[in-house]
Design a protein around this ligand. Structure first.
Ligand SMILES: Cc1ncc(COP(=O)(O)O)c(C=O)c1O
Length: 386
């Protein structure tokens, strides 16, 4: 009998979470309201950041933070090319130049040493990426930002539940978390911006809802004027309560979710270690706790006798989902064809980015997977490679 399809991921949603969504649907208030406020409080409590703003996505948050920091034409933003393309798109769409920094060949994360030579008098922001659930080495990056007077916004899309030096990601500075469907804690689509900067938080809160000082829920509950004033033109980047409520139970279970992912990932690493040409990502040496958002391996075609793309296709034939996180952004069609003309030549050597962009493959990893599922994937990889 053929086995059922094993997807790359499945949200960690239980019956109580489903009931909570149904309750919101029945409550009569389905868009931004009390469940947003609850989610923001839970994220603040978890991260230690005093301000949290729930948004329609982390991409929306990236757009808003760039605008809130006044970044536009003539400015440069340093970030890796090995990231989800949303960041590069947002930088480009506000008219600034994405300056690509290379990553470590094994952890896929950048560091202060690689960032420093790229700083110019046009650099207005540094966006380092916590990768796959591991934490960046934040202290040297913040020290660099402080030395040059350049703000840092951590791309923590993968990092809810991860820690740096014993503190949750979010405890050190301004962060953007994603709650997209495949993330460790999900609202289907969504993101949360966190910061210690009250003024920045106010600005993000205002820009996420038309540039009004208040939203519909504030007006309803706080008896403010039925028509609020536009303080500055803004967007419609708020999160509905039917989404926000989905994450509340997951936030209460975040330690369990992380523990389940960790156990599966460590089992994968052990079982995969005997397969030639398949190498899991390296673990960073600095003090951190991984939240295992993704189980990434590199496929070396010279040793494995197969390319990463062939492996993904063959896994699919065997009923196993796999993915690529990520294809380097500078190799995407638009940036391949337009970057040089818009922004000039890409100067830093992106050797580690390009090497990994061709070899990385994400294997199924989600808390409801079993050890048998891990064995099934490892056996499939082993059979395909021979
Ligand atoms: C590294 C990284 N940054 C940003 C994002 C954007 O998140 P969202 O899908 O919530 O907009 C993602 C999404 O996968 C991501 O992986």
């Amino acid at each position: 009998m053929s086995q059922s399809f094993l997807p790359l991921c499945r949200p960690a949603v239980d019956e109580k979470d489903i009931q909570a969504v149904v309750d919101v649907l029945r409550s009569g208030w389905i868009t931004t309201g009390p469940k947003n406020a609850d989610l923001e409080s839970k994220i603040s409590e978890h991260t230690g950041a005093p301000y949290a703003v729930a948004l329609s996505s982390a991409t929306a948050g990236m757009h808003l933070v760039l605008l809130a920091l006044g970044i536009g034409p003539g400015d440069e933003v340093i970030t890796p090319s090995l990231t989800w393309v949303s960041t590069i798109n947002m930088i480009t769409l506000v008219g600034a130049k994405p300056v690509f920094v290379d990553v470590d060949v094994d952890t896929l994360m950048t560091d202060a040493e690689k960032i420093e030579p790229l700083i110019t008098d046009k650099t207005k922001l540094i966006i380092p990426v916590h990768y796959a659930g591991a934490s960046l080495d934040l202290d040297p990056i913040y020290a660099l930002g402080e030395r040059f007077g350049i703000p840092v916004v951590e791309d923590a899309a993968h990092a809810l539940g991860a820690e740096y030096q014993g503190q949750p990601i979010g405890a050190r500075g301004t962060c953007l978390f994603s709650m997209h469907a495949i993330k460790n804690v999900t609202t289907a689509e969504g993101g949360v911006f966190t910061t210690f900067d009250a003024e920045l938080a106010d600005k993000i809160r205002r820009l996420k809802f038309h540039g009004l000082g208040v939203d519909a829920f504030d007006r309803e509950t706080q008896g403010r004027a039925p028509q609020a004033e536009v303080i500055e033109p803004g967007f419609k980047y708020n999160m509905p309560d039917i989404c926000a409520v989905l994450a509340l139970g997951q936030m209460d279970r975040i330690a369990e979710i992380t523990a389940a992912r960790t156990e599966l990932a460590l089992s994968y690493r052990e079982k995969l270690s005997v397969i030639k040409g398949v190498t899991p990502l390296g673990l960073a040496n600095h003090d951190h706790k991984h939240c295992w958002h993704l189980m990434i391996v590199r496929i070396d075609p010279a040793q494995a006798g197969i390319t990463r793309d062939e492996l993904i296709a063959k896994l699919k034939e065997k009923g196993i989902g796999a993915g690529i996180h990520f294809k380097a952004c500078h190799t995407q069609k638009y940036y391949r064809e337009n970057y040089a003309e818009r922004f000039g030549a890409i100067t830093p050597n992106l050797e580690n980015t390009e090497h990994n962009s061709q070899q990385i493959c994400s294997l199924p990893l989600f808390p409801d997977m079993t050890q048998e599922d891990v064995t099934r994937v490892v056996n499939a990889v082993s059979e395909i490679i021979g």
